[in-house]
Design a protein around this ligand. Structure first.
Ligand SMILES: *Cc1c(COP(=O)(O)O)cnc(C)c1O
Length: 367
């Protein structure tokens, strides 16, 4: 053969539709004088001033390798959430840990299960290791335990469950999570992705640490990218059994978390007033925004996260998104999630939420 051929990657890699993040650039909003970015669920208030100070303070030390064991961070997390520091593994965002779990526990011939409108990184992580992603159907865009269990086979290695789920916002009550776990075979791992846990104040909810402590096959994932507002630094963590922790620590990069992320993470954890303020703000403006959008005739799914999934039904969601973008407001399109009639809108500041509601009202009036 004379044509020059690209080297062939492992099976599965070329089946990946690359993850496309929320857009970050548009014109400034006329009233606010800057773009309004509501496409990536970044906390409304940005990072805690304490995290920013810790980040700045580190600048003279960036020639030093970070602590590869993330000791101070793991201890701070253990203290804050009442966990065993020895079973915490930090990562460059929880995305790294999602991928690392697949790399360690799945491969060709194995199945990786998730819910139909679950987080997009799950099928990507499966394909990246040559495993087969399996999507269980959802009724009414709600995670369905029976449908998930019906899709478990002897080949199922990992079940990824975002709780609450992004992008639907659906919260699976802890009794249902326990029922799901109880029916899973012990050699299948339940990965509970609790990226939005800090926003929730509901006795029906558990991020899953208690289940991790009771079982050998459960992992809880958390992130600093949402309520802590530190997406740029890439910081997430896993809480797992001793056996899974050991495996993750063997497979991860020795310096996978930057010193800046570690320092800012410790400082952010110490600022729980910021977290409480963010949680209260989110609950208030999520409620307000949902009510305003429903009053415009839009269908809004109940959400436990810092975002709302809006179904435009017969009205053109993409036209609405482009209208908002033109006004300096970025929201997320949902085609990649199989929800083309929907847009996802992050809960931002009060002035941002007033601006997005006003712009959507204008758009719908014109049509
Ligand atoms: C945002 C998000 C993540 C990714 O978080 P990073 O820590 O920034 O990688 C993981 N899971 C879910 C469900 C998310 O919404």
């Amino acid at each position: 053969m004379t044509a020059i051929q690209a080297p062939r990657p492992r099976p599965g890699l070329l089946d990946i539709d690359p993850y496309i993040g929320g857009e970050a650039r548009t014109v400034p909003h006329p009233k606010l004088g800057r773009p309004i970015r509501l496409a990536s669920n970044e906390g409304a208030f940005g990072p805690s001033p304490k995290a920013m100070a810790a980040y700045r303070e580190l600048s003279g030390e960036i020639h030093r390798y970070p602590d590869g064991g993330c000791s101070a961070l793991r201890e701070a997390l253990a203290e804050r959430y009442g966990l065993d520091a020895g079973r915490i593994v930090a990562g460059a965002g929880s995305d790294e840990l999602i991928a690392l779990m697949a790399k360690c526990y799945a491969g060709p011939g194995d199945e990786v299960l998730y819910s139909r409108h679950g987080f997009l990184m799950y099928p990507i992580a499966a394909k990246a290791v040559g495993a087969t992603p399996v999507a269980a159907p959802e009724a009414d865009r709600k995670t369905d335990v029976d449908a998930l269990l019906a899709h478990v086979t002897p080949r199922t290695r990992i079940l990824y469950l975002a709780n609450p789920n992004n992008p639907t916002g659906y919260l699976l009550p802890k009794g249902e999570v326990e029922r799901l776990h109880a029916a899973l075979p012990p050699d299948a791992i339940l990965v509970l992705d609790a990226a939005y846990a800090e926003y929730i104040d509901d006795p029906e909810y558990s991020p899953g640490a208690d289940l991790v402590d009771r079982a050998q096959n459960v992992v809880m994932l958390r992130t600093f990218s949402k309520i802590y507002g530190m997406g740029a630094l890439r910081l997430g963590w896993a809480y797992a059994s001793a056996a899974i922790t050991d495996v993750l620590n063997r497979a991860r990069g020795p310096f996978n978390v930057s010193a800046a992320a570690q320092a800012a993470g410790v400082a952010a954890l110490a600022d729980q007033d910021f977290v409480a303020k963010s949680r209260a703000h989110n609950a208030e403006w999520r409620r307000w925004t949902a009510a305003e959008l429903e009053a415009l005739g839009l269908s809004v799914l109940p959400s436990a996260g810092n975002f709302l999934l809006i179904d435009f039904g017969g009205r053109d969601a993409e036209a609405a998104r482009l209208y908002l973008k033109d006004k300096g407001i970025l929201v997320r399109q949902m085609g990649a999630y199989g929800l083309p009639t929907c847009l996802r809108i992050t809960i931002g500041t009060e002035e941002e939420m007033r601006a997005v509601v006003e712009a959507l009202a204008e758009h719908l009036r014109r049509r």
